[in-house]
Write a new protein. Structure first.
Lengths: 210, 211
């Protein structure tokens, strides 16, 4: 019996060592990390980035991959533009959502859709990294080889139904978001990798028409 | 005497209804001798394939779009998931000819009538085995009639290359749902449409390959 327990503990430790990439931050590290991100995200007036989205569903043999460009301009104009394998663009602007689906256009009033308003706030917060003051989440902080990781768990039951957890991965040096992971359950998630980020280039308002 | 007259009238009425009702779906087609008694639809049958489609739903003038994902998870069951372009799951079903399970659905879509409609549509879309009772033809297609509960499915196979091009789901009197398939190789459908005749509902599927 004792050997079994030892064996179990050994396995557990070995297992832990294998997954040792994630390490909890100390309070001091958390404070420093938040400070770094806040300094950078306060400077962001515009941001454009390429993205690749991987939709992972446990029962599929391969993730569903889509890609495009994301453009953000202060205070709250945002465009997600999927270019491959289809053209689909969604603009969040002045309380409205404008959709262009392969040339087919439509508009939604966020005013009528609380959940869309929240999603908008989430996306902007995720990409700029400025979500640490959000009272709607329980946040935990980790270090992963050369990167920092913040995990956000929604407190609100309605939001929790859609998103179980959000994970933002930050480049340690630049203190900007390099990956957004939205977990729907332990098996199913959407992972968005951001690359070729350009901060504070001049972006005209007309970009946010659809 | 009177009783048998009523019976006679009733039988006549029933016969008349049957004769009239045979009309609408097959009236433009000529009957033909059966050349097969069963048919296997190819389009969603490979358990190794992830079937992923960009999808547009038009219901009473309202548009909704997203990603339709289907995968055969065992001999009889398909897992079907519909997500937004962002990847949020809107619904997650498990469907076979006889069974149906809702794994999840967002509250906005959680309406019995909608779920039942989608269940029936997806079941028809994913259906593989058909037993054939009658055969017809028109200029371009061989048409196979297969009973489906108290309704029938009419399968249109092109004479040219034996591709499944259309399935009409019909009651004895009326066409209810039409599915059309565009396929290059008769293994895989690149474009699919589901059109309802009795409600204003149309679902369009366009296959997309991940990068």
């Amino acid at each position: 019996m004792k050997t079994k327990i030892y064996l179990f503990l050994l396995l557990l430790t070995v297992g832990n060592a294998a997954f040792a990439q994630e390490q909890k931050m100390s309070d001091a590290e958390i404070a420093a990390f938040k400070q770094d991100v806040n300094v950078v995200s306060k400077k962001i007036k515009t941001l454009s980035t390429d993205f690749v989205q991987y939709k992972h569903l446990d029962f599929l043999s391969k993730d569903i991959e889509t890609s495009g460009k994301m453009i953000f301009k202060e205070p709250n104009m945002l465009q997600w533009q999927y270019k491959k394998p289809y053209n689909y663009s969604i603009v969040f602007k002045n309380g409205k959502i404008l959709i262009n689906d392969e040339g087919k256009k439509s508009a939604v009033d966020i005013g009528n859709s609380k959940i869309f308003g929240r999603i908008n706030k989430l996306i902007v917060g995720s990409v700029s990294g400025n979500m640490f003051d959000d009272k709607e989440f329980t946040i935990s902080y980790f270090k992963v080889k050369g990167q920092n990781l913040a995990k956000f768990i929604p407190k609100d039951a309605t939001l929790k139904k859609y998103i179980k957890q959000i994970e933002l991965t930050f480049d340690k040096e630049e203190a900007t978001v390099v990956q957004v992971k939205l977990l729907e359950s332990s098996e199913d998630y959407t992972r968005i990798v951001l690359k070729n980020k350009v901060i504070n280039a001049k972006i005209d308002d007309s970009v946010f028409t659809n | 005497m009177q009783k048998s007259t009523i019976q006679y009238l009733l039988i006549n009425c029933v016969l008349a209804i049957v004769l009239i009702s045979c009309g609408p779906v097959t009236k433009n087609y000529s009957p033909k001798k059966l050349d097969k008694t069963s048919y296997e639809a190819p389009y969603f049958s490979n358990p190794k394939t992830d079937y992923v489609y960009k999808t547009n739903i038009t219901v009473y003038g309202n548009e909704m779009s997203g990603i339709f994902i289907a995968k055969k998870i065992n001999d009889s069951i398909h897992r079907v998931v519909f997500t937004t372009e962002f990847g949020n799951k809107l619904l997650d079903f498990e469907i076979s000819d006889k069974s149906f399970k809702v794994n999840s659905i967002v509250s906005e879509l959680d309406r019995k009538i909608l779920i039942n409609t989608l269940r029936d549509d997806f079941r028809l879309l994913l259906k593989k085995e058909y037993l054939i009772q009658e055969q017809f033809e028109n200029e371009s297609d061989n048409i196979y009639k297969s009973a489906d509960g108290n309704r029938d499915n009419y399968l249109f196979l092109s004479k040219k290359d034996q591709k499944l091009e259309k399935v009409i789901h019909a009651s004895k009197t009326k066409e209810k749902i039409t599915l059309t398939f565009s396929s290059e190789n008769n293994i895989f459908a690149e474009k699919i449409e589901i059109i309802h005749q009795n409600i204003k509902l149309k679902i369009e599927f366009n296959y997309f390959k991940s990068e």
